[in-house]
Ligand binder design. Structure first.
Ligand code: APR
Length: 250
């Protein structure tokens, strides 16, 4: 049984208030995808400088493609499915009168597969390819390689995963900033709070929207003290429990 969280009446956002949910790799962990910074995580197996920067792609595109091809293939072949936390987010979205925007740092497609609406992939997704020359974006479920030719501009060597690498600007920041500015509740799920700008969202909402802020994570994140409320445990338990407590408040 997931834990039950008694909500304080004064921290329940008004029915009309909108919610912004930020998610990170921790929400997908129990679906079978690795996080980055936990023990044994992706950045302990490979150096991010070798696979997740524009310089790495310019230096050794074959290696960068191999890294994302492996992650894409793992998702496809290992029966990776959305878990109870992804589904709870959808349940909240369907029932919450004020609207729920989901901003994910994850390049996987589990929120999409769960049926999440109003979903912003701020770091892009490995299920798409983008041409470095003309910026055309196309769906990509199979492997990418340096010999792929862009269907829009006809050039080769430019097709890359449509993900945001270190040193690049996250996507859709205007839309995200507007949602943060207006929200009554900000919920951060499964992120270590190590990467900006996402790590700064909690401070932004407190400054501009005076919103209530909640962290749902396996353990306190780097920014844990910035949140007004926190619940710690596996996402498949604490996210459905928190969503239930919010819905009961309606
Ligand atoms: N349930 C909830 N939280 C979990 C679980 C779980 N089952 N397992 C791990 N976590 C938590 C960890 O405690 C950690 O705080 O998820 C967090 C994952 O942190 P990171 O690995 O740093 O992932 P994330 O915060 O998404 O990384 C941000 O860094 O490398 C980049 O671009 C990459 O989008 C990524 C960004």
């Amino acid at each position: 049984m997931p834990p039950a969280f008694p909500l304080q009446p004064d921290v329940i956002p008004p029915r009309s208030g909108s919610i912004v949910i930020l998610t990170g790799a921790g929400i997908s962990k129990e679906s079978g995808l690795e996080t980055f910074r936990d023990a044994g995580g992706i950045w302990s197996q490979v150096r991010l400088e070798d696979v997740a920067t524009p310089e790495a792609f310019a230096r050794d595109p074959v290696r960068v493609h191999a890294f994302y091809n492996m992650r894409r293939a793992r998702h496809r072949t290992m029966d990776i499915k959305p878990n109870a936390a992804h589904h709870a987010v959808v349940k909240l979205q369907q029932a919450w009168p004020g609207g729920v925007t989901v901003v994910t740092q994850n390049v996987d497609t589990l929120h999409d597969e769960a049926g999440t609406k109003d979903l912003i992939h701020m770091h892009g997704t490995y299920a798409q390819a983008r041409c470095n020359f003309c910026d055309a974006v196309v769906p990509r479920l199979g492997d990418l390689s340096v010999t792929d030719i862009c269907a829009s501009c006809g050039k080769d060597k430019g097709m890359r995963p449509n993900v945001v690498w270190f040193g690049e600007m996250p996507l859709h920041m205007e839309r995200i900033t507007a949602a943060l500015r207006d929200c009554a509740l900000f919920i951060s799920i499964g992120t270590s709070g190590s990467v900006y700008p996402a790590a700064g969202f909690v401070t932004m909402v407190k400054r501009s929207a005076d919103a209530h802020t909640v962290e749902l994570n396996l353990e306190p994140s780097q920014g844990a003290t910035l949140f007004a409320e926190a619940h710690y445990g596996p996402a498949t338990q604490i996210v459905p429990a928190y969503v239930e407590s919010l819905l009961q408040s309606l």
